[in-house]
Design a binder for this molecule. Structure first.
Ligand code: LLP
Length: 436
């Protein structure tokens, strides 16, 4: 067991987060419940900025909203001086509705719809990160029609293989994303971009993968990107002023994970960029990063209520909780592992090994073979590090309403997303006239 951020055991012997008792949170807001530790989110933002701004002349930290996005979170990111990476009309709409400054919004995606590109142009977002030659042509045509020049980065793939889970690798050769450097597609894309009158190319973007715990992969990526900047300058005369190296820094889900600190990450990445720029005699570009998980992942917990416990003698003990696949698809999708705390008796020392399962109509394993105090129905379980890619990947499978999201800070607990109601679940359903 380990504690993160403001978590501790309080005088009642309960798990506390952001000065709020988790048992109380469960009682007040119901379970399953996503809880976000505002102080830790802010600290992660500040640690990123401090670590990079101290080492590099011009840095922009861009929060990857796919990790977790609500309008309140946009406000926090704005207050902390971060920009936003959006990857869909929905994410962009959320940011704009929260009145986030458009010039600090990035739009990503390997297949941006015309509507998404129009939205980005009309809001005048800071940069559109173009992913393909087709998109170069489409965006140029749309911008021309509007009498605009679109500010773009070109997404390139440097072929780094960070050995994370196969589904979350995005930077290697065999990827749907971006234009390959090794294949010549990236150079061709640059030439095309430079020839189009309604596009203004500022530099390059690359994202090599996610939950990366070894900074070496970022160093390799940086070196390849700077080499590409040099090759482009020689071939076309275009000197890239901006280099966006994506996100990907891993976090601690289980005790064995030893993620690099933001300081260690900055030291390695900035070192690699500076060394490569010196080696290739390239002026230092503005450096952008797009962390998602390492901003919000460890700041979130999920609270569940324990239900039936089924002990199959000599086989295993199943503990059912009142959520599952719909609020956390990551164990099923990525074999992701998590650490758990018994929120109402965290320090109880009578231990047992159990398998925690969800309540969906299938064998939705959540956490296999975890060691916990002896459990009873009604206990409150807290799952660590669910801040990233849990709420954002949640679904209504089995028509489960999506859980609420509560922001905790200094003893205050405030809803930032209300729990869906049963009525919400049928709000978009339509019965055609002939079936009435
Ligand atoms: N920038 C781009 C272009 C990305 O594609 C991603 C994540 C990020 C930034 C942020 O990466 P992070 O710092 O969060 O690692 N659903 C998966 C994660 C997919 C990540 C996809 N791209 C999961 O639950 O593990």
């Amino acid at each position: 067991m380990f504690f993160l951020g403001t978590q501790k055991v309080n005088a009642q012997g309960h798990l506390e987060i952001g000065g709020c008792d988790c048992v109380e949170l469960a009682r007040k807001f119901g379970t399953p419940l996503y809880v976000l530790d505002e102080a830790l989110i802010r600290r992660n933002c500040r640690d990123y900025r401090a670590a990079f701004e101290r080492r590099y002349p011009h840095v922009e930290i861009i929060y990857a909203t796919k990790a977790c996005l609500t309008t309140a979170l946009c406000r926090i990111m704005q207050q902390e001086g971060l920009s936003l990476d959006t990857a869909s009309a929905g994410e962009l709409f959320t940011a704009l509705k929260a009145e986030f400054p458009a010039e600090k919004i990035y739009l990503h995606g390997n297949f941006k719809s015309t509507r998404e590109l129009e939205m980005a142009l009309s809001a005048r977002v800071g940069r559109i990160v173009v992913d393909s030659e087709l998109e170069l042509e489409q965006l140029n045509a749309l911008a021309a029609r509007r009498g605009q020049v679109a500010d773009i980065l070109l997404r390139v793939t440097p072929a780094v293989d960070p050995h994370t889970h196969e589904y979350i690798q995005t930077g290697k050769v065999d990827t749907k994303f971006g234009l390959g450097i090794g294949t010549g597609a990236a150079m061709q894309g640059v030439k095309r971009a430079l020839s189009l009158k309604h596009l203004r190319l500022h530099g390059f973007h690359s994202h090599i993968g996610s939950q990366i715990l070894d900074v070496h992969f970022f160093e390799m990526g940086a070196e390849l990107l700077v080499a590409f900047i040099k090759a482009v300058a020689e071939a076309t005369g275009f000197e890239a002023k901006e280099l966006n190296v994506g996100g990907g820094l891993g976090i601690k889900y289980v005790s064995e994970h030893k993620p690099p600190t933001k300081e260690e990450f900055a030291e390695a990445l900035v070192g690699a960029v500076k060394r490569a720029c010196a080696k290739y005699r390239v002026a230092l570009p503005k450096l952008m990063l797009e962390p998602g998980r390492s901003i919000i992942g460890d700041a979130g917990i999920t609270l569940y209520t324990v239900g039936p416990i089924k002990d199959i003698n000599g086989v295993r003990t199943y503990v059912s909780v009142d959520g599952g696949l719909s609020d956390n698809p990551r164990p099923a999708l990525y074999q992701a592992r998590y650490s758990l705390i018994l929120a109402n008796r965290p320090l109880d020392d009578e231990k047992q090994v159990v398998t925690v399962v969800g309540k969906h109509c299938e064998s939705d394993m959540l956490f296999e073979n975890v060691t916990l105090p002896k459990l009873q129905p009604g206990d409150i379980l807290a799952v660590q590090s669910t801040g990233a890619y849990n709420f954002s990947m949640s679904s209504n499978y089995n028509r489960f309403p999506r859980p609420a999201v509560v922001l905790v800070h200094d003893g205050r607990a405030e809803l930032i997303v209300r729990r869906q109601t049963l009525e919400d679940l049928i709000a978009q359903d339509i019965i055609p006239e002939r079936l009435r």
